[in-house]
Design a binder for this molecule. Structure first.
Ligand code: NAI
Length: 246
């Protein structure tokens, strides 16, 4: 099994791509730490993973609130003595065109998508450096690479994630820790619920495979980058989008 006994923190793992990733990781024999905003959703995800025969723990964490991140990481370290993988998956959208976006929309997306990834990574990095081993996988977006109408805040946060990925890969690479980013295209989760049908059809047409991706297709990529099969992959961005036209 590719993630046998690895302690893997997955943020935003009560839903969507994060939950699919948690399912994939337990199927690869990992110990999965489910982290999300809503305690009941965390419990539901954890129960499902345990019922499938997997090993999982759950924590209510807001990645934008450093205290909740630190409390989770301290508890995981006390319980398991190590942290092997961090998937920075938690993310939100608050879309509006440049002329209409207010400050709260801008700040909240930066706080969760960009600062949240920083908070979680800083909280686990010293442990991984001490172990001289670890894998961190960030979640960018094709919006962060190509830009997207109505997503000044989101594109900025997701482009920033790529910048942090490359910086951390340089800083932590010599210390045995790999850092990479996944760049998802459009994936069928709740995050697309606010996108109008007409725009979704345009998104499908812009994809060279002419379809929206499934969360499980992303989970496979996370599992690969988290595993030792990716032992010489560091500082890269892996686009999982079916191919897109900019
Ligand atoms: P989703 O909305 O289905 O799931 C996101 C999860 O993150 C939810 O469970 C939510 O409660 C959690 N979350 C939100 N804010 C949080 C916070 N402050 N602290 C902890 N957890 C928090 O979204 P989806 O689609 O699964 O997205 C996962 C990641 O993939 C996000 O970073 C998103 O930006 C990225 N992405 C998704 C795409 C898509 O089309 N679905 C495309 C490109 C990137």
């Amino acid at each position: 099994m590719r993630l046998q006994d690895k302690v893997c923190i997955v943020t935003g793992s009560a839903n969507g791509i994060g939950l699919a990733t948690a399912r994939k990781f337990v199927s690869e024999e990992a110990i999965v730490i489910v982290c999300d905003l809503d305690a009941a959703q965390v419990e539901a995800a954890k129960s499902e993973l345990l019922a499938s025969g997997g090993r999982a723990e759950g924590y209510r964490v807001d990645v934008s609130e450093r205290e909740t991140v630190d409390a989770m990481v301290d508890s995981v370290k006390r319980r398991f003595g190590r942290i092997d993988v961090l998937v920075n998956n938690a993310g939100i959208t608050r879309d509006a065109s440049l002329l209409k976006m207010d400050e709260a929309q801008f700040d909240s997306v930066i706080a969760v998508n960009l600062k949240g990834a920083f908070n979680c990574t800083q909280a686990v990095a010293a442990t991984m450096v001490e172990q001289r081993a670890g894998a961190i996988i960030n979640t960018s977006s094709i919006s962060g690479v190509y830009g997207n109408f109505g997503q000044s805040n989101y594109s900025a946060s997701k482009a920033g994630v790529i910048g942090m990925t490359k910086t951390w890969a340089r800083e932590l690479g010599p210390k045995g820790v790999r850092v990479n980013a996944i760049v998802p295209g459009a994936v069928a989760t709740d995050i697309l619920k606010t996108v109008p049908e007409k725009i979704l059809r345009q998104v499908e047409n812009a994809c060279w495979q002419r379809r929206i991706g499934q969360p499980e297709e992303l989970a496979n990529a996370y599992a690969f980058l988290a595993s030792d099969e990716a032992s010489y992959i560091n500082g890269t961005t892996l686009e999982v989008s079916g191919g897109v036209s900019a």
